[in-house]
Unconditional design. Sequence first.
Length: 341
Amino acid sequence: MNPLQATPPGVNYGADQHGLICGFAFGADGIGQPVEPDQAVQHLASGALSDGFVWLHFNLAQVSTEKWLRQQLQLSEVFYETLREASRSTRVELDDGTLVAVLNDVHYDFTFEPSDISTLWISVSKTLIVTGRLQPLRSVDRLRDAVRRGTPIASSVALLVHLMHDQGDVLANIVRQVTARIDTIEDKLLAGRLESKRADLGVSRRLLVRLQRLLAPEPAALFRLLKKPPPWIHEADIEDLHQSSEEFNVALSDMAALQERIKLLQEEIAGRVAEANNRSLFVLTIVTVLALPINIIAGLLGMNVGGIPLADHAHGFWIVVAIIVSFTAIAAWIVFSKNRD
């Protein structure tokens, strides 16, 4: 399915008629200045960005965005193919001197639901970086705010590295928050006053599994890039890109450990629930066994036939009560002695 056709309505806010959310032109000083799409195209066509680059961020949910990109910008065809791929795994590939990256990030209004994850598509060349998303994402919004505050970014690859660092920070923050939620559940479990359901742990575990599956970078593509980078990428940017991938691996390792911890908590809760059910069944069994003598004797003496024993005896009632108590005591002794064993 084409992801551009599967977008819910009402997500075009903040973009112009071409789908551009923001655009910045970076000079030799690395400071980004806002530009309109037509100005960006003129800068690229005139070759005035020999020491700088342009960053254009688009809302791909807008129908006219891809048409404008094809008409005005010379992007890799692989970039357009990734927009329609079913696979959304994080990766960075090299295609004819252009970097094509697929990153996954959480929504701006993230609510710890597995569905609150979306994709960011990126095309990076020496003088142009194009990013596109379907829904507002946290990492790219953090990057946009940093550029507006005047954070210097030396190259287009440095902007990609900055974005990956922001994504790593968001991911680490999610791991911290999930860890805090798990700590609270574990404290309640140890205190014997667990109120949360196992479903709460299940939601957290599904979230971590989805994040790990989507955010784990494909090592083969990244290894090829780091092994034979294009000549226009500086050595410092390659080192920063390698460092950002290592930060991702650390965060993913923390997620794997947290998933195992959640699994152990789920097993502990399941064991306690099973133990409580066993106790309830045991109590019900005892009550049933202890009630057998009175039920059997009351049923026999209650038959409307002749020859009922002790019917005319002056102390017949108390004799029957004594018999019932005796049989009940014997049954209780048998049950509790077996339970002790």
